[in-house]
Write a protein that binds this ligand. Structure first.
Ligand code: FAD
Length: 473
């Protein structure tokens, strides 16, 4: 049996299902092939469940320190099974939402594994797609005019450091933990490692981060990394940077023991569990790349600025093409790919316009170049910085550490980068994102009136401070 479509999407994660909705809005007959659950990593093993757990961890801490707000509560206890239940309910609700959206858009959903078969007389351009159904039904062949590959990514591992799902785990297993460990070693201090460190520390777990680079959050502005390091250490997280884990030293007996090579020689780390958060690799296996002329670069599918692969009717979006592996990037790429299929010329996305968020406590968020990158790119920079401790609303919120840092071009006044660490900055960053997309200057950001008292004042003030004109500091 075979069926024809304008667009067939392999992978129903944030990239794939959003692309499907846009395709249906543009009047395309659309199918999506998903081997697990619509919503993908973000909904089932990433953004949503991890942020639900982080929220519970934050509430637990706030409740424990409620006296700071004048609220006396006798005993605060953690019921981790309820925390997990709440997370599951949120995921389920959103999952139903995605399923409803597929029905609303009249998008055919095939529950199975999709694989490209290469060009045929039926589908000379995009090639046909075989679907191996999850429930064992007989395979089906889809005949698309265009294909979008959105197969996502999975956790990276280290050679010889086998993930057993019990004591050595990735974020996939960590999200499903029924019981909290008393201690954990987190290998990798990037975004996922820092979020887990913050959450587990708030839940009362003893946390050690072992990071290969010289600083945690190594791709963020150095000032933000330093402030995050300081904040986590002040809450009891042990952080060792410049440490290369030696997988062959792994022991798993009463506890997990591992050694790392550091500038002070070999150091031993012990914990009840070890969480590996060392990046993610593209899901390109088993999708029939070999039946096409699609090219890979370090494991990721190569595309042009409109997300076309070497085969002009086969597009690829999201984590599988690398770059910034973020849900909002995947969905925007999906929309742009579909618009290109529709014959439009979408404005290419600039990586320097994409907000990046860390949902730890404190939160961090940024858009654009770090100070170091700006200088490396030949800009003569001017920098404005403003602390949350001079923002009334931050004091009211009970979170006054952190700052906003704005980097601009001394010659043109162009905004180059905005970096935030502190309360609710993952919400505040959208204003900076809009300013970047509109090519605004710090003066224009400051000229926008920020309500008082609000945390957003930190941005207005940091923008003024680029030219030394901050009011409250
Ligand atoms: P995915 O969401 O991975 O979806 C790919 C889908 O394709 C999967 O459902 C998979 O089952 C399916 N698939 C694969 N192969 C086939 C096949 N052959 N046939 C059929 N189906 C197939 N990003 C953020 O922006 N914000 C966050 O806060 C955030 N937090 C995160 C926290 C964690 C712990 C993790 C792991 C990731 C987080 N991310 C976050 C990243 C985000 O989840 C990804 O960037 C996003 O999910 C990428 O979307 P995608 O559609 O490219 O791939």
């Amino acid at each position: 049996m075979s069926k024809e479509y304008d667009v067939v999407i392999i992978g129903g994660g944030t990239g794939g299902y959003v692309a499907a909705i846009r395709a249906s809005q543009l009047g395309f007959s659309t199918a999506i092939v998903e081997k697990n659950k619509l919503g993908g990593t973000c909904l089932h093993a990433g953004c949503i469940p991890s942020k639900a757990l982080l929220k519970s961890a934050e509430v637990f801490q706030t409740a424990k320190h409620s006296e700071d707000y004048g609220i006396l509560s006798s005993q605060v206890e953690l019921d981790f099974s309820k925390v997990q239940q709440r997370k599951e309910q949120i995921v389920e609700k959103l999952y139903s939402g995605v399923q409803y959206l597929m029905k609303k858009g009249k998008i055919d959903v095939y529950e199975g594994t999709g694989r490209m078969l290469g060009p045929s007389i039926f589908s000379p351009m995009a090639g046909s797609i075989s679907v191996e159904f999850t429930n064992g039904d007989e395979n089906e062949v889809l005949i698309p005019k265009n294909v979008i590959l959105a197969t996502g990514s999975r956790p990276n591992t280290l050679p010889n450091l086998e993930v057993d799902g019990e004591t050595v785990i990735t974020s996939d297993e960590a999200l499903k933990m029924e019981k909290l460990p008393t201690s954990i070693i987190i290998v990798g201090g990037g975004v996922i490692g820092v979020e887990w460190a913050s959450m587990l520390c708030d839940f009362g777990v003893s946390v050690t981060i072992v990071e290969y680079s010289e600083r945690i959050l190594p791709t963020e502005d150095e000032d933000v990394s330093k402030e995050m390091h300081r904040a986590l250490v002040s809450r009891g997280v042990e952080i060792v940077t410049g440490a290369q884990v030696l997988p062959e030293t792994l022991q798993k007996e009463a506890e997990v023991v591992i050694e790392a090579q550091t500038s002070n020689g070999k150091q031993t780390f012990k914990g009840e569990r070890l969480l590996l958060s060392v990046g993610r690799k593209a899901n390109t296996e088993g999708i029939g790349i070999e039946n096409t002329s699609i090219e890979l670069d370090r494991g990721f599918i190569m595309t042009n600025e409109y997300y076309q692969t070497k085969e002009s009717h086969i597009y690829a979006i999201g984590d599988v093409i690398g770059g910034l592996q973020l849900a909002h990037v995947a969905s925007h790429e999906g929309i742009k790919a579909v618009e290109h299929i529709a014959g439009r010329t979408p404005i290419p996305m600039r990586s320097t316009d994409i907000p990046r968020c860390v949902y730890s406590s404190p939160q961090a968020a940024s858009v654009g170049l770090t100070e170091e990158e700006a200088i490396k790119n030949g800009f003569h920079v001017k920098v404005g910085k403003f602390p949350f401790q001079a923002v009334g609303k931050a004091l009211i919120s009970g979170e006054e550490s952190g700052f906003a840092k704005i980097i601009a071009d001394k010659e043109t006044d162009d905004l180059l980068g905005v970096h935030l660490i502190g309360p609710n900055v993952t919400e505040l960053i959208s204003e900076a994102g809009l300013a970047k997309v509109l090519d605004a200057t710090p003066w224009e950001m400051a000229h926008a009136v920020h309500p008082h008292p609000s945390l957003s004042e930190v941005l207005g003030e940091a923008a003024l401070s680029v030219d030394g004109k901050a009011i409250h500091f």
